[in-house]
Design a protein around this ligand. Structure first.
Ligand code: FE
Length: 212
């Protein structure tokens, strides 16, 4: 049985970006539904006693969608912090980011542009590509996740409308601007550090810390 993760912060501390009500719907209802659905779908199947990473890598259709959405949301909620602090980035990540995007400010501009352009429901990611060892921006539709393609997630914005409708209505760009006031840079930079050290193992480790 998988359990809904708890959130590592006070959900009333995000100002105009996201209200407590937004978290209670997004985490308490949407995220929880994926967990409940997955538990129902794996019952009496080959996946019943498998870990979440295995299920994501080896399943399809509804089972994949629910398993991947658990991971995507777990990771998204960890990318947020009410105490966002750019100075908490480690030097290795800062250097890699500046090498690929020139500056943090240009990175944000490119990220917001890319995430604004995702058609319909999906996700917008900064990943470390294990194949060519580069930082990349990419989008995935619906429940799709970069962890099935040898890419290690570092930062993600949920751009399903359910992620921002309560506080920003249909204004995705306003949500994305505010998103960058609440990014947990320490978490993002650590994900990069672990990706360098452990590759795909860092994804497995992250998932098992939340769902063992
Ligand atoms: Fe969501």
């Amino acid at each position: 049985m998988f359990k809904l993760r708890t959130l590592p912060y006070d959900t009333t501390a995000f100002g105009k970006f996201l209200s407590e009500e937004a978290f209670s719907y997004h985490h308490g209802k949407h995220h929880k539904t994926y967990v409940d659905n997955l538990n129902k779908l794996i019952k009496d199947t080959e996946f019943e006693n498998k870990d979440l990473f295995f299920i994501i890598k080896n399943s399809s259709a509804g089972l994949f969608n629910n398993a991947a959405q658990i991971y995507n949301h777990d990771f998204y909620f960890d990318c947020l912090s009410p105490k966002s602090d750019e100075s908490k980035m480690n030097a290795a990540f800062k250097t890699a980011l500046e090498k690929e995007f020139n500056s943090l400010s240009e990175f944000k501009t490119e990220f917001i542009k890319g995430a604004s352009g995702v058609f319909g429901s999906g996700w917008f990611w900064l990943v470390y590509d294990l194949k060519d060892k580069k930082l990349k921006l990419l989008s995935t539709p619906n429940a799709a996740t970069p962890i099935t393609e040898e890419k290690v997630p570092l930062l993600v914005a949920d751009v399903w409308e359910h992620a921002y409708y309560i506080n920003h209505r249909n204004a995705r760009a306003a949500y994305l601007e505010a998103f960058f006031e609440y990014v947990n840079w320490e978490f993002v930079a650590k994900a990069y550090e672990w990706a360098l050290k452990e590759g795909e193992g860092s994804i497995q480790f992250y998932i098992n810390e939340l769902h063992s």
